[in-house]
Ligand binder design. Structure first.
Ligand SMILES: [Zn+2]
Length: 247
């Protein structure tokens, strides 16, 4: 037996032990932050779409419920499907977080269904240059009505995006707030690209609910939101950039 055999074996053992420790550390980090937004952020995703549209809720999650068992999830899906068609006709690559009456929780494996659903939508947002989440609202005060646009605090580009969309929305729906509202607590707004969340009206308000139930109104809203998106794209890639390169 040569002398080096004595050293080779422990060195191999040492390598195996180090690997085992590394695996243990990786597993403990993974279970401490189970596929939270921090973990998702580490996953490099290709940009596949010009815009990701997110009709809120779906499947077992109805969202806001209006008098007569009318569900938010159906109205927002109808509006977003119309938006996808309009934007595609303008040559944009449009992604949708859902195209049918289902939620998005299947995309993420850890956490409660609600958490997985939110993280699934968040994950999809990172595949696009920009995003929009579309909702309708509800509150105990039946007087409250009108549209609200939320954007991420202190994000200048997101604020411009929210302001432009609000201006277009104002042409077809009353506003609940005259300016977009900054929020830091809405998970989707934390995605890498500019994302805004639009509340189109209150299903708890009879006037808003009647509007939302009118297919013509939903068509006008879809058109207004698309006008806002197209104006923002013009601003972002046109006036704002020196090269003027299109999206
Ligand atoms: Zn909603």
């Amino acid at each position: 037996m040569h002398l080096w055999h004595v050293f080779v074996l422990p060195r191999r053992l040492m390598g195996t032990m180090l690997l085992a420790v590394a695996v243990l550390i990786a597993l403990s980090v993974y279970y401490t932050y189970p596929l939270g937004i921090y973990t998702l952020r580490l996953v490099k995703q290709d940009i596949l779409y010009d815009i990701m549209l997110d009709p809120g809720h779906g499947g077992i999650d109805p969202g806001a419920i209006g008098a007569g068992e009318i569900y938010e999830k159906h109205y927002v899906l109808d509006i977003v499907l119309q938006m996808a068609e309009i934007l595609r006709s303008h040559g944009l690559k449009v992604g949708l977080t859902r195209e049918t009456d289902r939620d998005v929780s299947h995309l993420v494996s850890e956490g409660t269904r609600h958490r997985r659903d939110l993280l699934g939508r968040f994950k999809l947002m990172d595949q696009a240059q920009m995003g929009m989440s579309v909702h309708t609202n509800s509150t105990k005060n039946k007087e409250e009505s009108g549209a609200i646009v939320f954007y991420m605090n202190d994000q200048y580009v997101d604020e411009i995006y929210a302001q432009i969309v609000l201006e277009e929305l104002e042409k077809v729906q009353v506003l609940n707030e005259p300016r977009p509202i900054p929020r830091s607590t809405l998970l989707l707004l934390k995605a890498k690209p500019p994302v805004i969340l639009v509340e189109l009206g209150f299903m708890s308000n009879p006037t808003d609910l009647a509007k939302l139930g009118d297919p013509a109104f939903r068509g006008n809203v879809a058109q207004a939101l698309c006008s806002g998106i197209l104006r923002f794209i013009d601003w972002r890639y046109g006036e704002q950039s020196e090269s003027g390169s299109p999206i």
